[in-house]
Design a protein around this ligand. Structure first.
Ligand code: ZN
Length: 246
């Protein structure tokens, strides 16, 4: 099976449409590691796309926030403003869908989907020492995760845990051959709000038969997404940060 794996869409319709176009005909099934909404100006479009197209979705902290399942005092003021705005925009059907999303990790075939860590759905895995502990909680050889908005992830060998770098700016994709004997935490990157210094929308294709993950980047209409965020009256930083992917 070939899976299109997306994460952290964050209600960015322009980025999502670019990913859908680029990935077309390259997958059999779509999976999502959470955060369909929050920050961006098109929450209903993102949820409706997931309802129509995704086979499995785990909930992210921003999905919980919009659905009223999260204590917003844990959120910074910008994220809280965006979550409250999002909750007001969502249709009752889309709110009900977010409320019913399962907590990760969620088994799929012989791998798993998580939002944060396999140990804790809200934990950030940004560095190798954080991933080191997370590997102990994995039930399978490969877990896809999101939450950090950093494309790449971590590989655990017998000797150590090492980071997997994102594709360099000059390339639109990089293939990773999953080696026997290694265990992987794979972050497809963020569709709607990359934070790894590359403003292009990120996703991954996983060919489970061949054991190959392809990390992908695609440019999208950043200016269009920024205009909608500003027109909605959301905090300006949510628009400006899309420019450099930070
Ligand atoms: Zn997120």
């Amino acid at each position: 099976m070939r899976y299109l794996i997306v994460s952290d869409l964050h209600a960015n319709r322009e980025a999502l449409e670019a990913v859908a176009r680029e990935a077309e005909d390259r997958y059999d099934s779509i999976l999502c590691c959470g955060d369909l909404v929050g920050y961006g100006a098109d929450p209903n479009a993102a949820v409706e796309w997931a309802r129509a197209r995704c086979d499995r979705v785990v909930r992210g902290n921003h999905d919980k926030a919009a659905a009223g399942l999260e204590d917003l005092s844990w959120f910074n003021p910008v994220a809280r403003t965006a979550a409250e705005w999002t909750a007001r925009q969502l249709t009752p059907e889309n709110l009900a869908y977010l409320r019913a999303l399962p907590r990760g990790p969620l088994p799929v075939e012989d791998f798993e989907l998580a939002h944060g860590s396999p140990a804790d759905e809200d934990e950030y895995l940004s560095w190798a020492d954080q991933a080191f502990t997370a590997f102990d909680y994995m039930e399978s050889r490969v877990t896809f995760f999101g939450h950090t908005h950093l494309q790449g992830g971590f590989r655990k060998t017998l000797a150590n845990v090492e980071p997997i770098p994102r594709p360099p700016a000059a390339l639109d994709r990089v293939m990773l051959d999953l080696r026997p004997g290694s265990v992987y935490l794979i972050n497809p990157g963020s569709v709607g709000q990359p934070r790894d210094g590359d403003p292009r929308a990120a996703f991954a294709i996983y060919d489970s038969g061949a054991g190959i993950v392809t990390y992908w980047r695609v440019p999208y209409d950043v200016a269009g997404a920024q205009r909608k965020i500003r027109d909605a009256g959301l905090p300006d930083v949510l628009a400006s940060r899309l420019q450099n992917g930070r």
